[in-house]
Write a protein of this length. Structure first.
Length: 85
């Protein structure tokens, strides 16, 4: 029997309205959410130019990040997980 190739990663998840405001309507897999999140961050130039690992949240992202103005990319993944089910 072939091993499931990371099917949890590809499973469409339900997004909270706060996350949908940033990445668009769900459901979508986590990989897609992360891809769209980065597209949003790059489009609006929200990466800290001095510390590329830090994301400078705009109003929409602040809601997703639990009110935090600056989040590093590792913390971002954890915070975004709270908006997926």
């Amino acid at each position: 029997m072939p091993a499931k190739s990371n099917s949890a990663f590809m499973k469409p998840l339900t997004l909270t309205p706060a996350l949908e405001a940033v990445v668009g309507k769900g459901p979508m897999p986590r990989s897609e959410v992360v891809k769209k999140l980065w597209a949003y961050i790059k489009k609006l130039n929200l990466q800290d130019p001095k510390a590329k690992r830090n994301i400078l949240a705009d109003e929409k992202l602040k809601v997703v990040f639990g009110g935090k103005a600056v989040v590093n990319m590792f913390e971002m993944t954890k915070l975004v997980s709270k908006h997926l089910s």
